[in-house]
Design a protein around this ligand. Structure first.
Ligand code: SF4
Length: 165
């Protein structure tokens, strides 16, 4: 189902059921990505949640291809949980965005432990960072010496001396 059809479908179903709790499987937002339907479904599920779905079902990478194995289920559940979180950010903006605000500050401050603490899946985040250790522990291997967060931090602290930021 294209994303622009999600809102109308949710509202129609909720109206027809008298506002009963509504369960959605995705929807899968495009059919042309077999092997990645946990992602296409999560994109649709975030929209479903945003517009009023009360329960979303996980879909695995094996959808339309094979019986899911244990790792497929793990990936599907993780993607669905992220979708529900994104939906709640929009459904409940007052309380749903605080964690993201804290994460933004932790990124600004290059506070890696705080970032892991706030992450939905800290073990996965830790594993990726640990697999590519930067020369400067404050930064990461994406930009290295050109770390914009480190440079901005020094700039705002008045500690930029024109050499390496
Ligand atoms: S190196 Fe780049 S990606 Fe990594 S923390 Fe700094 S700005 Fe962000």
């Amino acid at each position: 189902m294209p994303l622009d059809e999600v809102e109308g479908n949710i509202q129609l179903q909720k109206r027809m059921s008298g506002g009963a709790p509504y369960y959605m499987l995705g929807p899968i937002s495009t059919d042309v990505a077999p092997g990645f339907d946990h992602i296409t479904a999560a994109i649709g599920a975030a929209q479903s949640s945003r517009f009023g779905a009360d329960l979303i079902c996980y879909i695995t990478p094996a959808e339309h291809l094979a019986l899911p194995n244990e790792e497929d289920v793990r990936q599907g559940v993780k993607a669905a949980k992220i979708a529900a979180y994104i939906g709640d950010m929009n459904k409940y903006p007052e309380k749903g965005r605080q964690r993201d605000m804290e994460m933004s500050k932790a990124r600004r401050d290059l506070n890696w432990e705080k970032q892991f603490e706030l992450a939905l899946y800290p073990e996965d985040a830790r594993a990726i960072r640990a697999s590519r250790t930067p020369e400067d522990e404050a930064t990461c291997t994406m930009c290295g010496d050109f770390c914009a967060s480190r440079g901005a931090g020094k700039l705002f602290a008045g500690d930029l001396r024109g050499d390496k930021i």
